[in-house]
Design a binder for this molecule. Structure first.
Ligand code: NAD
Length: 448
């Protein structure tokens, strides 16, 4: 079904048009222009799809994309340059270098939670590395999907960049095609389907997945600040953020103080938007029902209100939770925050280790030693000490999961690397020929 499109892109790619620095920079500039032109429309679509406020949507969906484009513009020439490497004595007379070769035609499959940013940020990397792209936005945010399609159609020819709108069936059809690279952002379950499809053609890929990301609050932390930063990071976008703290593990000695401060900060940050109907909504009825079911898994300490007709759930904190309840077995991906306590850091570590590697981990402490127990000794995608979420907004840091929370990473230079093949070349001199390489036996062995 999508063979003609893929072939058309491949033909365009083979024409060499997408390779030059000038072409890549021009396309990035066109991309910025069209985003600027459509800013209001994008914000409107995000309001319709997820009830995101203009301020939140600009910050988390559009601002980060502009920042990413600017970084690429400043650095691309340097990134694209062949990288010289050393040559051993056995290679006397030659030069060795790595070329950053565009991969070809890229398939980008995006999720619904940051439906604009998570479709466009990978596209920036794909353009920067000199590729053609097909983007499949999420069907659960149809207004944003339509704006992205309109923008790309107005700006780029389809043999270079094309948006294909649709749901699972469309995605499955696209995955049948031997694209040169697949960049997938979404759930662990669908990540496995994508990996299987990629295996059929041995297509390289990046999987940006999810999981349960813990926030650990140790007794020596600045509790008020910890509560504020956790409240902000968790309830942004109604908790529908892949790296939102999924649950809190708080030292039992400071549990009550932490909960008290958490309530204060949730009220300060989110009470008004909730009361005025400006708080982001849950993306679909299915997810709304899944989340309200979780309310039975513990005691509701803060929030707990829901409005079915608006698919809205208020910022909610749950306590008295068992580790084997559904809320502690699945990624929550909504405005529900279970708070569990620990008596020793070894116990907290063990509870995290027993679960799949988180996409993110946050630890709040003033002690280097406690910091190290969580940051150095546990495996997870990325995270923060004494903060939440902010690591994703630094384009100089690679962003990705570890093991089941994702394979590969992107943002800034890492995106350029993800969408490039590193081609190794030895350029040999023809002005002389070392006779030793043709000799077998101990001399050659020693040389090598
Ligand atoms: P999802 O996996 O359901 O869907 C993602 C995309 O895959 C959509 O475009 C969808 O149409 C497509 N898709 C769905 N089912 C498919 C199938 N059977 N075959 C082929 N394609 C299919 O994910 P979602 O619900 O849109 O997003 C939420 C998940 O994404 C959460 O788990 C979250 O943690 C994760 N996520 C991760 C990141 C990250 O950067 N690591 C960012 C955002 C979201």
């Amino acid at each position: 079904m999508f063979e003609p499109l893929r072939k058309k892109q491949k033909q365009y790619f083979y024409s060499g048009a997408t390779r030059s620095l000038e072409f890549r920079l021009n396309q990035l500039s066109s991309l910025r222009e069209i985003i600027k032109k459509k800013e209001d429309k994008i914000l409107q679509a995000l309001k319709q799809d997820l009830n995101k406020s203009k301020e939140e949507a600009f910050l988390t969906e559009i601002g980060v994309v502009y920042a990413e484009i600017s970084l690429v513009e400043k650095s691309l020439q340097e990134w694209m340059a062949p990288e010289k490497v050393k040559s051993p004595a056995s290679h006397t007379g030659s030069k060795s270098y790595v070329l950053y070769e565009p991969r070809g035609s890229i398939l980008i499959i995006a999720p619904w939670n940051y439906p604009f940013q998570l479709a466009i940020a990978p596209l920036i990397g794909a353009i920067a590395a000199g590729n053609c792209s097909v983007i499949k936005p999420s069907e659960l945010t149809p207004n944003t999907s339509a704006v992205i399609a309109e923008m790309m159609e107005e700006t780029f020819p389809e043999e270079y960049i094309r948006v294909v709108e649709g749901a699972v069936e469309t995605s499955s059809e696209l995955l049948k095609e031997p694209f040169d690279y697949i960049f997938f952002t979404g759930s662990v379950a669908v990540g496995k389907i994508v990996m299987e499809a990629a295996a059929k053609h041995l297509t390289p890929f990046t999987l940006e997945l999810g999981g349960k990301s813990p926030a650990v609050v140790h007794r020596d932390a600045k509790i008020d600040l910890a509560a504020k930063r956790i409240a902000w990071g968790k309830f942004l976008n109604a908790g529908q953020t892949c790296i939102a703290p999924d649950y809190v593990l708080v030292d039992e000695q400071v549990r009550d103080e932490f909960l008290e401060k958490l309530e204060k900060h949730i009220n300060d940050l989110y009470k008004k938007p909730w009361q005025k109907g400006h708080y982001p909504r849950i993306v679909s009825e299915k997810h709304f029902n899944r989340l309200t079911e979780f309310l039975n898994d513990g005691k509701v300490l803060i929030g707990g209100q829901s409005k079915q007709s608006e698919l809205a759930i208020s910022p909610t904190v749950l306590t008295d939770i068992d580790w084997d309840t559904p809320i502690m077995s699945e990624e929550i991906f909504g405005p529900l925050l279970p708070v569990l306590s620990y008596s020793t850091t070894a116990e907290a570590q063990m509870n995290i280790r027993e679960r799949p590697n988180p996409l993110a981990l946050y630890v709040f402490t003033e002690s280097k030693e406690i910091e190290s127990q969580f940051i150095d000794e546990l495996s997870f995608g990325g995270g923060c000490v004494n903060d939440t979420i902010m690591h994703v907004a630094n384009p100089h840091l690679p962003f990705g999961g570890a093991g089941p929370s994702g394979i590969g990473s992107y943002h800034g230079y890492e995106s350029f690397l993800a969408f490039s093949h590193r081609k190794s070349i030895v350029k040999q001199s023809t002005s002389f020929d070392l006779p030793i390489r043709y000799k077998q036996g101990p001399v050659t062995k020693k040389l090598i």
